[in-house]
Design a protein around this ligand. Structure first.
Ligand code: SPV
Ligand code: MG
Length: 588
């Protein structure tokens, strides 16, 4: 890469560094023999993996000093830091503007420096990437700077950028002619910061505001040179113009005396190649994740307000699963297996023996294998069961059984599926009706909270019932399982007393029904024993082959309390028709 002058730009190492031995006052609570600390944030990766504490300091130094153009992406909290890492960036800009804004504050030092430090600590904990902290003016004079730098180092923050303005600062894009710090005084802040750093590789970037304040190129260069001599590892030359002209002119004059950092917020349209050709060291994309989040949050809030429902936004926002993945729930599950006492887990039986769908929906495939956004209906359903902690899943298959496959589940066959009903299928999985057991139809999808509510219920037998008025089915081949209970849904979740099942049937007059069974039930160990007994009773009476689940559950309710748990809203889906299938693909 040639510089404009034709010399090879060198990203200087140890530019203007102070003596490398840690000064006497820079005590190292972690490991004094190496002159390095073990920063709290440097020990853990996103999934708790340990990393050598010093690597983030060295990594940021490498990025800033390396001869190739580097990019730092803005983040303002732990989650956005994770997203920067996931996107593939190699470093993070902890922006003062966006951290303040995310707290609902102005970029005017309204958040105290310790409040900012708390946010930074979350960010450092959330990612393995090196973080360059926007240190504003250093929160006071040289004395505040050195305490701030020590605290950053202790928390694994790899570098700081200090701007030559006065406390309390104002964002560079507000107003004209902001007063700048006295050069000598600011050099004192730089020296104090470098003397206070607890890791040799900690990076201090000095930010020159002379162009922003309208003081001209000569003043900008004079200041940059003074800051370099005071020990700054790199210079950030800031500009609020809409073109990169003055920044590129500065770079030419500067001639690589120290690495140059830029923030093309206002001159964003400049091709990045020009920065590369100018020998710029590092580009900071300073605020784009927060701006993206603001736009998305606004649109989402407006839609939900307008619709009084999140249905239209559901497919456009990150799923709850995505949140779990981002924050590392999988690691927590592993840790729970390692550290918590083992407890008996519930099992599940999925009845998926029914045939393919009329109307060509499943085009000859068993219904449970239709595609829902790249996964089969069965896999999606079992995924929800697993997310709720159900490990031992048994699937009863029948029609097209060769096509019914899924890793990690036990398959049981009902080879008489054509002439038998659901109770027979369930009886095929009799062995699995032991301990706490969840029972689900193989063609339903439901939100996880429905299952979690069943699992949290203290009842021995409990059914999930949709209390919304039974919906007309679009030429559905299977009539709804309507429920009659001793209490209707009161419309009020908070003071709802338990309701108990009287009857489940397809032929109940809809106006009498209290709701529709969603095809999902849970039995305690005792309830599972009742269920097994009822299956045995049907068998003894010669009724098992023809019985469906409504009959089985109605008989069960005649002998034992079977609770009904009411839900409302779009929390489940029975995939019967092409229309249902389209809905299922948006169900998330
Ligand atoms: C920040 O991101 O807070 C910055 C860059 O300091 S700027 O907003 O351009 O001043
Ligand atoms: Mg800032």
């Amino acid at each position: 890469m040639a510089s404009p002058e034709g010399t090879t730009p060198v990203k200087r190492t140890r530019v203007g560094r102070q003596a490398s031995a840690p000064p006497a006052h820079a005590s190292t609570p972690g490991d004094s023999s190496l002159g390095k600390v073990v920063p709290s944030g440097g020990e853990r990766g996103p999934a708790g993996a340990s990393r050598p504490a010093a690597t983030r300091f060295a990594a940021l130094r490498r990025e800033i000093l390396s001869p190739s153009l580097s990019f730092l992406m803005e983040a303002h909290d732990g989650l956005s830091a994770k997203i920067v890492e996931e996107a593939g960036f190699r470093g993070i800009w902890a922006s003062g503007l966006t951290i303040s804004a995310a707290l609902g504050l102005r970029d005017s030092n309204e958040a105290s420096w310790t409040q900012v430090l708390d946010v930074l600590e979350y960010m450092a904990d959330a990612t393995t990437l090196p973080i360059l902290v926007d240190g504003d003016t250093g929160h006071g004079n040289f004395n505040n700077v050195r305490r701030f730098v020590r605290k950053l180092c202790e928390r694994g923050l790899a570098g700081v950028c200090l701007e030559d303005k006065l406390f309390p600062k104002t964002n560079s894009f507000i107003g004209e002619g902001q007063p700048l710090a006295d050069i000598e005084e600011f050099c004192g802040r730089i020296k104090a910061g470098k003397d206070a750093q607890l890791d040799d590789d900690f990076v201090l970037v000095a930010r020159v505001e002379a162009l922003v304040s309208g003081l001209g190129m000569a003043e900008a260069l004079r200041r940059a040179e003074a800051y370099r001599r005071a020990g700054a590892d790199a210079i950030l030359i800031h500009s609020k113009r809409s073109t990169a002209e003055e920044v590129l002119a500065f770079a030419r004059e500067w001639a690589n005396r120290a690495p140059l950092v830029i923030v093309p917020t206002m001159y964003y349209a400049t091709p990045t190649e020009l920065f590369r050709a100018a020998g710029i060291s590092t580009v900071i994309w300073a605020n784009h994740l927060l701006r993206a989040a603001i736009a998305a949050m606004r649109e989402t809030a407006a839609r939900i307000l307008e619709d009084e429902s999140p249905v239209r936004v559901e497919g456009r926002v990150a799923s709850v699963q995505d949140i779990f993945r981002l924050v590392g729930n999988a690691e927590l599950e592993q840790a729970e297996r390692r550290y918590l006492p083992a407890k008996p887990t519930a099992g599940a039986i999925v009845l998926a023996a029914a045939g393919g769908e009329p109307g060509g929906m499943a085009s000859g495939r068993p219904k449970c294998m239709v595609d829902i956004r790249g996964r089969s209906l069965l896999e999606t359903l079992v995924g929800t069961l697993r997310e709720s902690g159900l490990r031992a899943v048994t699937v009863v298959r029948g029609y097209g059984k060769e096509a019914v496959r899924l890793d990690g589940v036990r398959m049981v066959d009902n080879d008489r599926h054509a002439e038998t009903g659901e109770a027979w299928s369930l009886a095929c999985a009799r062995e699995a009706i032991r301990g706490e057991t969840v029972l689900a139809y193989g063609d339903v999808l439901f939100r996880r909270y429905v299952l979690d509510a069943l699992l949290a219920s203290g009842a021995d037998a409990v059914l999930a019932v949709d209390a919304s008025a039974p919906r007309p089915r679009r030429s559905s081949p299977s009539p709804p399982d309507l429920v009659l209970a001793d209490r209707r849904f009161s419309g009020h979740f908070l003071d709802d007393a338990p309701a108990h099942l009287l009857r489940v049937a397809n032929d109940l007059p809809p106006e009498e029904a209290c709701g529709e069974w969603m095809g999902l039930a849970r039995f305690s160990a005792r309830g599972a024993a009742w269920l097994a007994e009822e299956i045995a009773a049907l068998e003894a009476e010669g009724l098992l082959a023809r019985a469906d689940l409504p009959l089985l559950l109605t008989r069960l309710a005649a002998r034992h309390p079977v609770q009904v748990l009411y839900f409302t809203g779009p929390c489940w889906l029975d995939v019967d028709t092409l229309g249902d299938l389209a809905e299922a693909r948006n169900f998330g």
